[in-house]
Design a protein around this ligand. Structure first.
Ligand code: MG
Ligand code: MG
Length: 628
């Protein structure tokens, strides 16, 4: 399998793009004319520069508005094509993309287009070049890959073939199964893109909202299964036009692209076991995640003491200290919080740049070796640091934004780690909190797709549609990724501006991601009564909230009064109901949430977020915020 990506898919100038694309592991690039028009080097020098990166030019594009024209436009179109052929030969590539015409003078007619392609194919053949024809979803006469194939078929020239693009097929809701009827050797090139389902003009949707396979809502896997069934063996290339990507981080976009392509082709291979596919070596399948095993904070001094004070007030007990390091373990039910104050190692390095924050978390899986091997195949950076005496080797990777993720399984005897490294044995029940309901991560909006791709390609996890959360000072986009059984639930919050609570957290923590942890209890009122006796004071919620709640839901008066007394927020859906309460914000904007999720409730208290955020902002004058 030859992997490729269109240069237009990522940000940066041509040289930055090439370095990032090569480093991510791609074999080739589709080159856009604009890329080298903007560069000072000649096409020949650029071709050499690309090959010096170990990349080949898989496609030259685009060539527009070619077929079906009357004279004198027709002759001019052929002249233009000959000039493109000159450039292609200078660059050192043999395939050009011709997209179906939108020229106002174009006459249409399958045989007219076929005759034009045949003549162009003959001219290309003289130079050892090939032409590929693609149906644009908004083409004037041809907007369907089946019509494009009929034109290519009737052009009847060995140097003329078809180019398929998942967006043009799936975006127009054409059945990708129809691709199975096309001979694979006449498909010259395949371009892939996903997109979120949004009702809008096709051209605008395509130019601004495409994203990597797996990041959107189109069934790119089904499309690719049909393509591979034809016997197609050419490059598999990403062609993404996306406004966010144009301004994103060049290197991480290239890594995302490679990750999406490898995960996609792995899915195709599993879905079509009957095909012998020329694909990279087998990788382990997605792991089932069984929950959060621990969350580790890096901290120092007063901030560490404040964290300990809040943990104590929340019913946690220190159950152990690390054998070699200045690290303590706190526990309540199945929730483990690690507090790392060591001056050596990765946690210390993260503290030096971000201050007190969550630097690491552990995910419990069935087979740690399988998950690490899949993560590495998908381009994640492995992580290891030297082990001290008595320390167990726990596999880890560097997650996005530098946060570490450890993997624990039963075979590695999870409990052994806590016992051997921390001397922990007792499991205090504290105030009745049992496990981590969800992990809430915050990132800038343009990194959100990276995170959802990371989780959904590594684990058996599904993503929700993106929802808007209203902050008094801006909008935050929110998406949930979770396992089917809900054992691991992560909420992703994408901030556009530093003025939102999520945005100010990012600014203050210099890019840390875990902004809050939701701790589950079976009885939130019993838990809060117990915490109250320890002096716990929750985030205060306005009285107006409870008046509104009484109007929105049919709730017993005494329950409403209890909620108000304990500052508990409420939500319900068709499946069940949900109670939540917040601890005061800690250093750098991190906070704990306490939740009671009754069976069947599928949400995260989303409708309450604006009230919670408003309260948090009222109580904390956040950095970067105008004084109110
Ligand atoms: Mg295309
Ligand atoms: Mg939450």
């Amino acid at each position: 399998m030859k992997t490729s990506i269109a240069t237009v898919s990522i940000s940066g100038n041509l040289r930055e793009k090439l370095a990032a694309i090569a480093a991510a592991g791609f074999d080739g690039i589709e080159i856009f004319e604009q890329d080298f028009i903007a560069d000072e080097a000649s096409p020949r020098e650029i071709g050499n520069m690309i090959r010096d990166h170990g990349l080949e030019i898989t496609l030259f594009q685009p060539f527009r508005d070619f077929e079906g024209l009357p004279e004198p436009y027709r002759a001019k179109a052929f002249d233009r094509a000959e000039r493109k052929f000159d450039v292609m030969q200078e660059l050192g590539t043999d395939l050009v993309l011709i997209c179906s015409t939108v020229h106002p003078k174009s006459l249409g007619g399958i045989d007219r287009a076929a005759a034009d392609l045949r003549e162009l194919g003959a001219r290309a053949a003289k130079r050892g070049l090939r032409i590929g024809y693609e149906a644009l979803a908004w083409g004037k006469h041809v907007d369907d890959h089946r019509d494009a194939w009929e034109i290519v078929r009737r052009s009847d020239h060995p140097n003329t073939g078809l180019i398929l693009d998942s967006f043009h097929t799936l975006g127009r809701k054409l059945d990708p199964e129809t691709i199975r009827a096309i001979p694979g050797d006449k498909i010259f090139f395949v371009q892939l893109a996903d997109a979120p389902l949004i009702e809008m003009d096709l051209l605008y949707w395509s130019r601004h909202f495409r994203n990597m396979p797996g990041e959107g809502d189109l069934d790119v896997t089904k499309f690719m299964q049909a393509v591979m069934a034809t016997g197609y063996s050419g490059p598999i290339s990403l062609e993404i036009f996306n406004d966010q990507f144009r301004g994103g981080n060049t290197a991480s976009l290239a890594v995302d692209g490679y990750r999406s392509l490898i995960a996609l082709m792995d899915d195709v291979k599993r879905a079509e076991p009957g095909l012998s596919l020329d694909l990279p070596p087998a990788i382990p399948q997605r792991s089932a995640a069984k929950g959060v095993s621990f969350v580790e904070f890096t901290s120092r001094g007063d901030e560490a003491r404040a964290l300990e004070a809040q943990l104590t007030m929340l019913g946690f007990e220190q159950v152990g200290s690390h054998v070699n390091k200045s690290v303590s373990l706190w526990q309540q039910g199945g929730i483990r919080i690690v507090l790392n104050e060591d001056t050596q190692g990765q946690a210390a390095a993260i503290w030096a740049t971000r201050g007190t924050c969550v630097c690491d978390f552990g995910i419990e899986v069935a087979d740690t070796e399988a998950v690490v091997s899949r993560a590495n195949a998908l381009g994640a950076a492995p992580f290891a640091q030297p082990l001290g005496p008595g320390e167990l080797p726990i596999p880890a990777i560097k997650g996005l934004s530098g946060t570490l993720i450890h993997f624990l399984d039963n075979a590695s005897k999870i409990d052994d780690v806590w016992q051997k490294e921390f001397g922990a044995s007792a499991v205090p029940q504290g105030a009745g909190m049992t496990h981590i309901d969800h992990l809430a991560q915050t990132m800038s909006y343009d990194e959100m797709l990276s995170w959802s791709l990371f989780y959904t390609t590594l684990f058996e996890m599904e993503k929700s549609p993106i929802a808007d959360v209203i902050d008094p000072d801006g909008l935050v986009r929110s998406q949930v990724v979770q396992t089917k059984d809900g054992a691991l639930k992560v909420t992703l919050n994408g901030a556009d501006t530093h003025r939102t609570l999520a945005g100010s957290f990012l600014a203050e923590s210099f890019g840390a991601t875990v902004q809050h942890l939701a701790l589950a209890t079976d009885d939130i009122f019993a838990t809060l009564e117990a915490l109250g006796r320890k002096g716990f004071k929750p985030l205060e919620i306005s009285a107006n909230y409870y008046d509104d709640l009484a109007a929105r839901f049919d709730l017993p008066k005494d329950l409403l009064a209890r909620m108000k007394r304990h500052n508990v927020l409420y939500d319900e859906d068709l499946g069940g109901d949900f109670f939540q309460c917040y601890a005061p914000t800690l250093v750098n904007g991190f906070f704990f949430e306490i939740v009671q999720r009754n069976p069947g409730y599928a949400g995260f208290g989303g409708p309450n977020a604006p009230f919670r955020i408003a309260s948090q902002k009222r109580l904390n004058q956040v950095k970067g915020m105008p004084a109110k």
